[in-house]
Design a protein around this ligand. Structure first.
Ligand code: NAP
Length: 255
């Protein structure tokens, strides 16, 4: 086990990719704070799964878009689990729409959760991480942060901002021994993607992925686990793509 005696906080861990990350960290021995916004029962089941593996976990409700709630979330993790060494900023939402249709509130909400949530949680852990001269922060970003897609201007901009935060935080915190990296995930069927990846639209999108498949959440979690643990000790400021080759290509190569 690579993470024995480590404590991790995973935001948005009640389902989807965050749930897989929480379980992957727990399998390597970390105690895990399972954050969620509203789905208490889902978060409780993740805690129960971790406990069934013999691990330690707590479910903690907090809206990471609220800076005071993010600070309380970090404080609660440290009190309940006796420390904090790994922060995974995974909580995310999308609100897709064409630029001329999307309301200012809609894009701002996406920004407040996807960028603001990561910023607030990072801000809340830095004093402790810097004092300990130890800590790993993993941001769950997206291929959309560096590519364009119709109807995803708000989501893509929020992930572009998260990528910029990853680089700057990495440079700022490196001298304290704190590493900051991101996983730029590709298409992963979850509630966030909804019906987009099903049926004909899903088949059309899958044909554009060089590996010809969508990700399983566990495949994104494996990269997050690597970035959170000792095997990535010389990586900081890295944006690691886990996207089946999607962002590597200029086009599908077919006319
Ligand atoms: P998901 O299944 O919709 O799960 C979202 C999670 O975030 C839930 O646990 C939800 O909690 C939590 N959450 C939402 N808003 C929150 C807030 N304000 N405060 C705290 N928690 C909040 O999404 P997913 O697909 O697993 O996505 C996870 C991350 O991966 C996101 O950052 C997303 O942008 C990124 N990503 C996803 C894909 C993909 O194709 N799925 C691709 C690239 C990147 P509740 O259950 O309580 O609502």
């Amino acid at each position: 086990m690579r993470l024995t005696d480590r404590v991790a906080l995973v935001t948005g861990a009640s389902r989807g990719i965050g749930r897989s990350i929480a379980l992957a960290l727990a399998r390597e021995g970390a105690a895990v704070a399972v954050n969620y916004r509203s789905r208490h029962q889902d978060a409780r089941s993740v805690v129960a799964e971790i406990e069934a593996l013999g691990g330690r976990a707590v479910a903690v409700a907090a809206d990471v878009a609220d800076p005071a709630a993010a600070a309380r979330l970090v404080a609660r993790t440290r009190t309940d689990l006796g420390g904090l060494h790994i922060l995974v900023n995974n909580a995310g939402i999308t609100d897709d729409g064409l630029i001329h249709d999307l309301s200012p509130d809609a894009w701002l909400d996406v920004m407040k959760v996807n960028f603001g949530g990561a910023y607030h949680c990072t801000s809340a852990v830095t004093e402790h991480f810097m004092a300990e001269r130890d800590g790993a922060i993993v941001n769950i970003s997206s291929v959309m942060g560096e590519r364009g897609w119709i109807g995803q201007s708000a989501y893509a901009a929020s992930k572009g901002a998260l990528n910029a935060l990853t680089r700057s935080a990495a440079v700022e915190l490196a001298r304290f021994g704190v590493r900051v990296n991101a996983v730029c995930a590709g298409f992963t069927p979850t509630e966030l993607t909804g019906p987009l990846l099903d049926g004909p639209s899903g088949r059309a999108i899958r044909r554009q992925v060089p590996l010809r498949s969508f990700a399983d959440p566990s495949q994104i979690a494996a990269v997050a686990l690597f970035l959170a643990g000792p095997d990535s000790g010389y990586l900081t400021g890295a944006l690691v793509r886990a996207d089946g080759g999607f962002a590597a290509q200029l086009g599908t190569g077919h006319a």
